[in-house]
Design a binder for this molecule. Structure first.
Ligand code: GLY
Length: 396
């Protein structure tokens, strides 16, 4: 099969590495990254142009990583050309691009989510931007004095994403990311992962796109039971709404008041959760994607490696607000470490940082603590000026 991956971050690099191992793969394409050695780079002017290139190259399956193309309607355009694409339609992308649309749907299907507050009575509360803010549109507000200032800051940072802002109840507890694949009929769940979103463990540390992850997360019996119930409700919601797409749905869940509450939906696989999940997976990933295209995900039984896969993000100082670009990155490969490129560019065959998160590194061990310990030792050896890794993982 010929496959195209759309996107250029660590998640897409992990997808490429995983597909490259498949016996079903003929040619692998990427739109666009000039630093992934595994795939042939395709440049394009717009999604019509890319769809036409897919036809000409006889691409069998397209898989999309980032939210940008999904929210811009890549799936709707590719359908006109009859190109098989794994990504939700623009209509369904609203579950990610409007938190209020998602809440309305969850409430209709009795899916737990933090209640909206109309008049704040007790702090802390959570301030949330309705639209897309790259995972950074959430603020915890501790007092009335800072509420207005925080709102204004959010609007200033994200003039589009924070056009509408709302307040919801603050929930405290362990979080997991449940990433599932929907084929229009069946829902396949990958094992739960954990993402560390804060820049550091400090209470008021800013949210990022994710500084590290591991998979699977061990759950108690009651957590597993409640998760099974949540999965049933999600399945029912998608079926009942006739969700006519093939794509990923990511449930950001928090364990509070003895149950799982949805914090957010993302309509794509998470980054860096995907790196840990795919490294842990033994089942051929392309076999899974192909089953999704033929609405046969009910026939898939996932096989996992023993132990746990963990991922550590190597970022640039100043991330998330103002990362410093243009730093030379040098590393040597190591057998037990998978290296994924994110915000990087090639100049004269040398790698330079470009953007906040630059590399993500993944390994497997019997427990998250041991896996992260190997990752920190390796991250120390990566040469890069202004390097930042979140200390103390796995932590809070
Ligand atoms: N790791 C969170 C996200 O992908 O949005």
């Amino acid at each position: 099969m010929n496959v195209l991956v759309v996107g250029s971050g660590g998640r897409e690099h992990a997808i490429c590495k995983s597909l490259k191992k498949s016996k079903l793969l003929n040619k692998l394409y990427i739109a666009s990254s000039s630093t992934f050695k595994e795939a042939i780079d395709i440049k394009y002017s717009d999604y019509d142009d890319l769809a036409q290139k897919c036809k000409a190259l006889q691409i069998d399956i397209v898989i999309v990583g980032p939210e940008g193309p999904i929210c811009e309607g890549i799936t709707d355009i590719f359908r006109k050309y009859k190109v098989n694409i794994i990504a939700p339609t623009q209509k369904w992308s609203y579950l990610e691009s409007s938190k209020l649309v998602a809440k309305k749907l969850m409430n209709h299907y009795s899916i737990n989510n933090a209640p909206i507050i109309r008049a704040p009575v007790s702090f802390p509360i959570v301030l949330k931007a309705d639209g897309l803010c790259g995972g950074k549109g959430v603020r915890i507000v501790n007092s009335m004095d800072t509420l207005v200032a925080q709102m204004e800051k959010l609007k200033e940072e994200f003039p589009e994403g924070a056009k509408n802002i709302f307040m919801e109840e603050y929930l405290e507890g362990e979080e997991i990311s449940l990433i599932s694949l929907w084929d229009g009929k069946n829902l396949l769940h990958f094992p739960p992962a954990r993402d560390f979103k804060k820049l550091s463990a400090a209470k008021n540390s800013p949210n990022t796109g994710g500084m590290g992850s591991y998979c699977p997360v061990e759950l108690t019996e009651v957590q597993q039971d409640r998760l099974d119930l949540y999965k049933t409700k999600l399945n029912f919601m998608l079926s009942d709404e006739n969700a006519d797409f093939i794509g990923f749905i990511y449930s950001g869940l928090i364990w509070a008041k003895n149950d799982w509450y949805v914090l957010e939906y993302n309509m794509r696989p998470g980054d860096p959760e995907t790196q840990s999940i795919l490294n842990q997976l033994e089942t051929d990933f392309l076999y899974i994607l192909n089953a999704a295209i033929y609405q046969k995900l009910d026939e898939i039984k996932l096989r996992l490696k023993p132990g746990v896969s963990a991922t550590l993000v190597i970022a640039s100082k100043g991330y998330p607000e103002n990362p410093k670009d243009g730093n030379l990155i040098e590393y040597q490969t190591q057998k037990d470490i998978v290296i994924q490129h994110s915000g990087v560019e090639l100049r004269d065959e040398k790698l330079y940082s470009k953007g906040g998160r630059n590399l993500s590194i993944t390994t497997t061990d019997s427990e998250p603590l041991y896996a992260f310990s190997t990752l920190y030792s390796y991250a120390d050896k990566v040469r890069m000026k202004n390097k930042y890794v979140r200390p103390g993982l796995p932590g809070n």
